[in-house]
Design a binder for this molecule. Sequence first.
Ligand code: FES
Length: 95
Amino acid sequence: MLVMNSKEYICRCEEVTKEEVLQAIREGKQTLKSIKRATRAGMGACQGRTCSKLITTLLLREGVPEEEALELDKARFPLVPIPVSSLEIGGEGDV
Ligand code: FES
């Protein structure tokens, strides 16, 4: 007897289903990043190349505003600027 798997995977790498993503959205996760943290979708081998667009599409279909759904990672700068010369071997930062 053939048993069909009714699960619809959004993230095949982490085996996250559409229902799990929709549940996270219903619980208030409104960005790709928050969905990723809640479900692990996008943390697999392809690093979200396959599933990010699907998750974004689900967010938009569920009525999440586009600017919120498409929130991208922000650049994080070092806390203290360091001179480039300190990166050289024998530079001023070398001990
Ligand atoms: S399909 Fe989601 S991380 Fe690869």
